[in-house]
Design a protein around this ligand. Structure first.
Ligand code: MG
Length: 173
């Protein structure tokens, strides 16, 4: 067994890597800034949330925490905690990245999908990758952000919410 595998993991499976998955959704509402992937996007509505409502940053944070067996974003940054009111969600992502580093994990890659009927996300993805790279300490080549509509179906398709999915792979330092 690879001696670099953290003991708490090697005793479980011996696998030289772990994966994590994340999902998040926030309602769109008037009078809010639209913050997604750590950047502000010009739009006439924004995501409701105790924090800035950044569903992409939240999904990635959950994927990282999940991969390391560290629970979820709510366990670490409760939406009942006044410290996180209107918080910049990149702070959650940065803290989660540090938690993994402190426990001996490297991140191989992150892949994510934004689900939004509007606005068009593609023009903003380079800026999102730059912001997410700074928060995670990863190279942009390790980050992939995709975006798609929900084909006008369900709440996302009606423009009532924006969701995101993320998956990560981590391996021992
Ligand atoms: Mg959330």
């Amino acid at each position: 067994m690879d001696s670099k595998v953290p003991e708490h993991e090697s005793s479980l499976t011996g696998a030289p890597f772990r994966v994590g998955i994340g999902y998040d959704i926030h309602r769109l509402a008037s009078g809010r800034r639209l913050v997604l992937g750590g950047i502000e996007i010009p739009f006439d509505q924004g995501l409701l949330g105790h924090s800035d409502g950044d569903s992409l940053a939240h999904a990635i944070t959950d994927a990282l925490l999940g991969a390391a067996g560290l629970g979820d974003i709510g366990a670490h940054f409760s939406d009942a905690d006044p410290r996180w009111k209107d918080a910049d969600s990149l702070g959650f992502l940065k803290a989660a990245s540090q938690m993994l580093a402190d426990r001996g994990w490297n991140v191989a890659n992150i892949d994510a999908t934004i689900l939004a009927e509007q606005p068009k996300m593609m023009p903003h993805i380079p800026a999102m990758k730059s912001a997410l790279s700074r928060a995670t300490g990863l190279d942009q080549s390790q980050l992939n952000i995709k975006a798609k509509t929900n084909e006008k179906l369900d709440a996302i398709g009606r423009g009532e919410a924006i969701a995101a999915q993320a998956i990560v792979l981590i391996y021992p330092k």
